[in-house]
Design a protein around this ligand. Structure first.
Ligand code: G4P
Length: 289
């Protein structure tokens, strides 16, 4: 399936992020825990080079816990401090404060030696659209959210959220578009609803999603809908249509509606907890490059 995707103001967004990063001690990058590779824009690695890096696997409430462990390992090996969070519920958010401190230990020590004490750490949240940046910022800032306003030496218009005595957060997240050169990346982002559904055929998307889930998590779909198992996507969709009474005029099963229903249930986490990519596959891909 081919995507029509227009990244719009990519260059401007990159430039803005580059400027913002000059003010920052630590970059807190959010990815979607269901697709920790596809929801990560590799440009951020280049832009944030030399900064302390934290990677948060957000929406872990929707992701496969066993796979999450492997992804934590994968990114730790790449030098990130990694944690999982559920920004919607606020789980794992409190720990982020400690991780930020840990990420900046060297800087704090350097400052201390130069007689600079209690200079707040400045953090910035970055990520592709829909990974949960705004939700995270709200959740993270809830405890001590007082806007400190413009600060001397800070670009006019920048707002900082003072979280506490030790940390400030830039209140606008850095947004970069995903990388779509790899069609699989686009596809996985479509599965989780990060690309507008109007850009593709939901029925075709659903068939591909079923193929993946049946290969990696066989029987989960049938269990949820309480239908007979099959690894053939059309048959599963017919059974879902029958079960949910999704019938077109003429007594035909409405497979488009069944596909819509499955995709929505998947995105809402009703079918179970899944990851749609594995670190091993990405490592193979990286080694083949
Ligand atoms: P963005 O700023 O990075 O673009 O993302 P945003 O915070 O707007 O979040 C995108 C969607 O992801 C929102 O859902 C939000 O509620 C959901 N979300 C964020 N963090 C989590 C999480 O940890 N777990 C789960 N399950 N969902 C999360 P929405 O459907 O667009 O809005 P709403 O209906 O939830 O208000």
């Amino acid at each position: 399936m081919q995507f029509q995707w227009y990244p719009g103001h990519m260059t401007k967004a990159r430039r803005m992020m580059q400027e913002d990063l000059k003010l920052i001690d630590v970059v807190v990058e959010l990815v979607d825990a269901r697709v920790p590779y596809s929801s990560k824009n590799p440009d951020i690695d280049v832009l944030a080079n030399g900064k302390s890096r934290i990677l948060l696997l957000n929406k872990y409430d929707l992701a496969d816990p066993l796979q999450i462990k492997e992804w934590v390992d994968y990114y730790e090996k790449k030098g990130f401090l990694v944690s999982k969070v559920n920004s919607k519920k606020g789980t794992g958010i409190r720990e982020v404060q400690d991780i930020i401190r840990k990420a900046c230990e060297k800087k704090i020590e350097r400052d201390r030696k130069r007689g600079i004490i209690n200079r707040p750490i400045r953090a910035m949240i970055v990520g592709i659209p829909n990974v949960g940046k705004s939700t995270f910022i709200n959740s993270f800032a809830k405890k001590a959210c007082t806007k400190t306003g413009n600060k001397p030496g800070v670009t006019k218009g920048k707002q900082w959220i003072r979280l506490n005595k030790t940390t400030e957060l830039l209140d606008t997240p850095g947004i970069l578009w995903p990388k779509f050169e790899d069609q699989n990346v686009g596809l996985r982002l479509a599965y989780i609803g990060s690309i507008k559904d109007e850009l593709f055929n939901v029925y075709e998307l659903c068939r591909l999603l079923i193929e993946y889930l049946e290969k990696e998590y066989p029987g989960k779909i049938a269990d949820f809908y309480e239908i007979e198992k099959s690894d053939v996507s059309e048959i599963l969709l017919e059974r879902i249509a029958e079960r949910r009474k999704l019938i077109k005029s003429g007594a035909e099963y409405d497979l488009d509606k069944a596909a819509r229903c499955l995709v929505d249930d998947f995105r809402a986490g009703k079918l179970g907890l899944f990851c749609l990519e594995r670190p091993d596959d990405i490592l193979c891909q990286e080694q083949g490059e």
